[in-house]
Ligand binder design. Structure first.
Ligand code: VGL
Ligand code: ZN
Length: 215
């Protein structure tokens, strides 16, 4: 853990206890809110993540703190064409979800959206990271605008919440580490799809092994 990244003076909770550490927002820090879209967060969504809606209030709380401190807030959105090898009808693993321009692709209505939005999956690729688009058919990896946005704001630390822990949150956090950022994942601000039971827990282990701080 990096000492510089956490502020000891966390706000007291109702019973007067002070949490051990809170991500310290400020210039050089970016909060990345991953895929808080209807299809993932809403129980009526086509790829609904259990408990997904509970994440929205956590994300809003963090984004208020981030914005008031001068930290950057960036959003990602899963943003697919109607047909893509990512979708089951086209031979992929997932039900049709987050098709560009549909209700399922919209941010959940309660999410405060104030900041740049990065769209991923737009070209029909099967990647999960907010940083890179991976097109396995073409053997091609293309960066999104995310790393450039962070560099332009001299970001060194990335705090991540959103959906789903075992896919887009995990891959975004691992790529952020590979790119040299200090990375914190907000545990209360993520939920797993758990296609296989335990995927969420394994994702947390993988993140920790890669040097990601779990808060
Ligand atoms: C995601 C599955 C398929 C995610 C996106 O945002 O985690 N998961 N597409
Ligand atoms: Zn997707």
């Amino acid at each position: 853990m990096s000492a510089a990244f956490f502020e000891p003076s966390a706000p007291a909770t109702q019973n007067g206890q002070v949490p051990a550490k809170v991500p310290a927002y400020g210039p050089g820090v970016a909060l990345v809110i991953v895929d808080l879209q209807n299809d993932f967060a809403d129980p009526r969504g086509s790829l609904s993540v259990p408990g997904g809606m509970e994440v929205v209030a956590v994300a809003n709380d963090h984004l208020r703190r981030a914005r008031s401190s001068g930290a950057l807030v960036v959003y990602t959105e899963d943003w697919h064409p109607p047909h893509t090898p990512h979708f089951a009808p086209d031979g992929g693993p997932w039900p049709v979800h987050c098709v560009a321009g549909t209700w399922g692709a919209e941010f959940v209505p309660d999410l405060i959206v104030e900041g740049p939005v990065i769209h991923t999956g737009t070209g029909g690729e099967d990647g999960y990271s907010g940083f890179f688009v991976r097109d396995d058919r073409m053997g091609r990896v293309t960066p999104t605008e995310l790393n450039g946005l962070l560099s332009a704001s001299a970001v060194q630390s990335v705090v991540i919440c959103g959906l789903a822990l075992d896919y887009c949150v995990k891959e975004t956090a691992l790529d952020a580490r590979r790119l040299g950022y200090e990375v914190t994942v907000i545990k209360a601000g993520v939920r797993a799809v758990d296609v296989r039971p335990g995927d969420g827990d394994r994702a947390l282990e993988d993140l920790q092994a890669a040097g990601v701080e779990l808060w």
